[in-house]
Design a protein around this ligand. Structure first.
Ligand code: HEC
Ligand code: HEC
Length: 213
């Protein structure tokens, strides 16, 4: 997988801009398809194998087991598959912007995106080695502002992403983007959630979340 992945990674970066986002199937149809795949044991296994193959394009940054290699890159392991899949739509349609992810999202077929989302979702997130201190107010802020959607444990649900255990730098960067209504993450319900919070409070809550198992 290793040598292949370097070659294919370079290939995708060079060529992907010539692909077009040609999948016309809408997102809810595709999410229904994802549910159907999960319910069929044989098909599910086959799709995970396909996802493993496609993951060759991702492991350089997100890790072979979905535990990210760098602090500004999110873990994909244990994330809910629906959320992972929807983020591809967001990168492809410009609601969310990232140089590499936006190109990748437009280059993969719908089947590829379903398969990698399922593959990474089935991996297990591992705690990171980070020396980040948690304050009491970080915990309080989480309990009063975040559990309604992300849950007491930060594990999310089919509708909301898991945030527990994401790298601190990713969380801080993301929350500040929401606060500043940054064009890299537009149209997010998070914008109104964090608008009454200060940058300091967002850092405290990020420190709490990154330490959640
Ligand atoms: C060159 C590094 C790189 C590669 C290769 C890469 N990613 Fe990413 N990915 C990122 C970064 C950086 C972000 C965070 C972007 C942001 O929010 O600014 C990200 C975000 C994501 C997200 C959103 C996750 C979340 O919690 O918000 C998903 C899903 C994702 N990547 C899937 C993939 C998949 C699947 C592949 C392979 C097909 C892939 N990525 C390849 C760097 C990469
Ligand atoms: C009203 C529901 C709601 C509340 C309350 C909420 N969130 Fe969110 N959050 C969402 C949704 C929906 C998303 C995904 C949409 C998006 O990426 O724009 C999200 C995304 C995120 C992300 C990005 C995850 C990723 O992997 O890209 C972070 C980090 C986050 N929330 C942290 C928080 C924190 C911290 C709080 C409390 C201060 C909070 N959220 C409160 C709904 C909520």
């Amino acid at each position: 997988m290793k040598t292949m992945h370097v070659v294919r990674f370079i290939l995708i970066l060079c060529c992907v801009s010539s692909f077009s986002y040609a999948d016309t199937m809408n997102i809810s149809t595709l999410l229904q398809e994802m549910t159907a795949i999960k319910q069929d044991e044989v098909l599910f296994k086959r799709t995970l194998d396909e996802g493993y193959e496609r993951a060759v394009l991702c492991v350089h940054c997100h890790g072979e087991d979905g535990n990210s290699k760098r602090d500004r890159i999110p873990n994909l392991a244990s994330q809910n598959s629906q959320y992972l899949f929807i983020q591809f739509e967001h990168f492809a349609n410009g609601i969310r912007k990232d140089y590499v992810m936006s190109k990748l999202a437009s280059g993969l077929t719908a089947q590829d995106r379903l398969a990698v989302a399922l593959y990474f979702s089935e991996q297990t997130v591992k705690p990171r080695d980070q020396a980040i201190n948690v304050s009491e107010s970080g915990a309080r802020l989480y309990m009063s502002n975040c559990i309604a959607c992300h849950g007491k444990e930060g594990h999310g649900s089919a509708q909301y992403p898991r945030i527990a255990g994401q790298p601190y730098a990713f969380l801080e960067m993301t929350l500040l983007r929401f606060m500043n209504a940054d064009e890299q993450r537009q149209n997010s319900p998070m914008t109104s959630v964090v608008k009454h919070m200060s940058a300091e409070q967002l850092k405290e809550v990020a420190a709490f979340i990154t330490n959640m198992p």
